[in-house]
Design a protein. Structure first.
Length: 103
C-alpha cells in the first residue's frame, strides 16, 4: 500500500518566518519630544505571506508611534505558516520598539 507523504505531514505546523520587515521611520515630533515605547501588534498573515490585518494589542502610550507601526506593516512579508506543505493563515503578536538610543 502506498503512503501519502503529504498526509503524513498534515497537522505538523511550521511558524511564519519574516522575509521583509522594515523598521518603521521614527516620527520627527516623537524624537523631538523624547517619546519612546513598544507597540505590540497582532498581525493576521495570509497564506500568501502578506499582512491581511493589523491591530494594536498593546499601545506604546503614544498614538503617533502606534499608527506608524501599523502603517509599516503594509509592506511586510512573511513566509506563511504551513500545515504540512500547505500555507495557511495565522495570527502572531509582534513587538515594534521605538527607542531613541537604538540605530
Amino acid at each position: 500500500m502506498a503512503l501519502d507523504p503529504i498526509g503524513k505531514q498534515r497537522g505538523i505546523r511550521s511558524n511564519p518566518i519574516p522575509v521583509k520587515i522594515d523598521r518603521p521611520p521614527y516620527p520627527r515630533i516623537a524624537k523631538e519630544q523624547g517619546w519612546q515605547g513598544t507597540v505590540k501588534l497582532t498581525l493576521t498573515i495570509g497564506p500568501d505571506g502578506k499582512i491581511s490585518s493589523a491591530t494594536v494589542l498593546t499601545s506604546s502610550g503614544f498614538p503617533i508611534l502606534d499608527q506608524i507601526a501599523l502603517d509599516a506593516t503594509e509592506d511586510w512579508l512573511f513566509q506563511p505558516q504551513k500545515d504540512g506543505e500547505f500555507p495557511v493563515a495565522t495570527k502572531v503578536n509582534v513587538p515594534v520598539k521605538f527607542n531613541l538610543h537604538e540605530k
